[in-house]
Design a protein around this ligand. Structure first.
Ligand code: NAD
Ligand code: DAU
Length: 356
């Protein structure tokens, strides 16, 4: 049994689906169901005996302690977070609450549980914290990619709260010997990505005939990784990672935003041409830049590659086409997310189930 937090979000739900498909081990999924949590992502697991969903907050110590006591997981994987940089600029309070205080409270509940285990179980237990490359700040064009030794220089409120959570996790290992692992990953993309983020927003706006808003000059660079590759890296770190270590995860896929949007337009031009025969690129619109916009992220993933033999499966071209085909095949998911009706999913589909 493992406990996953934030398993109804973008990466968490991909992780849960892959875990259930590949393992016989049951999983408790603790998620607060903020605007970013969508149980429709997990509809295929309805009534699955290995998926136990519980709506709740990682900061709720009583609830978390009760779950740990009841289910005795051998590992906790923490995906739960406020994750959108633009939202953190407009309203940082939720980010402090979940990313900093939530992680602190989760660590305390987990520490208490871990200390109560017998020797064998205590030795086996792991707390894996899922973090981001944004904690390292921004790179100039000529600088080498982020290694695990790179100085922390977070620039946005989101990045600062994730950096704080990483420091807490590190300190809980150093001071209390809690057996932790931390992963710092680059930008993900793939199925179930909430359309506030660049790639799903561009796909959905393009199909709806809306403008494709590019911040500033569109020359900012991100290092894109297909979400299923991130999930396989997390499984690898959980199974083989060295306690107390951090692992950078990335796909060596640096792309300028404008190029990403042009690639999306070209794939859509092929797969679902506009009625007027013109390219989706005509919808591109340059808008005001994000305040404090980080120029470039790039991950050096040599450590996880060499030490744990992890490699991504998808190239950016193959992953992006898969992603666009997924969105084209799921108009209902898009409609429910854009109309907000995905929030009714709990009432419609999970009524009377335990924990919800
Ligand atoms: P997301 O915003 O899609 O999902 C976050 C999930 O956490 C949601 O289901 C939400 O309901 C839940 N949640 C929020 N606050 C909670 C709380 N207090 N208690 C319990 N659940 C809560 O985020 P994502 O993109 O799936 O990211 C998951 C994790 O991976 C985050 O920690 C993020 O920092 C990290 N990360 C994301 C990316 C990326 O490109 N998306 C890259 C690297 C790392
Ligand atoms: O690097 C990992 C991080 O990647 C994760 O930790 C975050 O949770 C995740 O949201 C993501 O952060 P970014 O800010 O890089 O992702 P976003 O999709 O918001 O933006 C990607 C780039 O595209 C960024 O340079 C801003 C730009 N952008 C974004 C949006 C939403 C636009 O130009 N237009 C847009 O409308």
């Amino acid at each position: 049994m493992i406990l996953v937090t934030g398993g109804a979000g973008f990466i968490g739900s991909n992780f849960v689906l892959d875990w259930i498909a590949q393992s016989d081990e049951a999983l408790i999924n603790l998620d607060k169901l903020t605007y970013a949590g969508n149980l429709e992502n997990l509809a295929s697991l309805k009534n699955h005996p290995h998926h136990i969903f519980v709506q709740g907050d990682i900061a709720d110590r009583n609830l978390v302690s009760q779950l740990l006591e009841q289910y005795q997981p051998r590992a906790v994987i923490n995906f739960a977070a406020e994750s959108h940089v633009d939202r953190s600029i407009h309203g940082p309070a939720d980010f402090i609450q979940t990313n900093v205080l939530g992680t602190f409270n989760l660590l305390e509940s987990v520490r208490e549980y871990w200390q109560s285990l017998d020797d064998a179980k205590r030795l086996q237990f792991r707390f894996l914290h899922v973090s981001t490359d944004e904690v390292y700040g921004s790179l100039q064009a000529h600088e080498p990619a982020f290694t695990e030794q790179h100085m922390y220089q977070p620039n946005s409120p989101y990045a600062a709260t994730k950096a704080s959570s990483d420091h807490l996790v590190r300190a809980w290992h150093h001071t209390y010997q809690l057996p932790v692992l931390t992963t710092n990953c680059s930008n993900n993309y793939g199925p179930f990505h909430f359309p506030e983020k660049l790639i799903p927003l561009m796909i959905i706006n393009a199909l709806a005939g809306k403008p494709l808003p590019i911040y500033g000059d569109g020359q900012q660079i991100r290092d894109w990784l297909y979400v299923k590759d991130h999930c396989s890296a997390i499984r690898t770190v959980l199974a083989q990672g060295k306690v107390g270590e951090t692992y950078n995860i990335g796909g060596c896929n640096e792309q300028a935003n404008i190029e990403v949007v042009k690639m999306i337009c070209s794939i859509l031009d092929e797969l679902q041409p506009r009625a007027d025969g013109r390219s989706y690129q005509t919808q591109i619109s340059f808008v005001a830049d994000r305040p404090g916009h980080d120029k470039r992220y790039a991950i050096d993933a040599s450590k996880i590659r060499h030490d744990l033999a992890w490699l991504p499966k998808e190239t950016f071209a193959s992953g992006l086409e898969k992603t666009i085909r997924w969105y084209l095949a799921h108009p209902d998911w898009i409609e429910h997310v854009t109309s907000g009706s995905y929030r009714d999913w709990i009432k419609q589909h999970y009524q009377n189930e335990s924990g919800v």
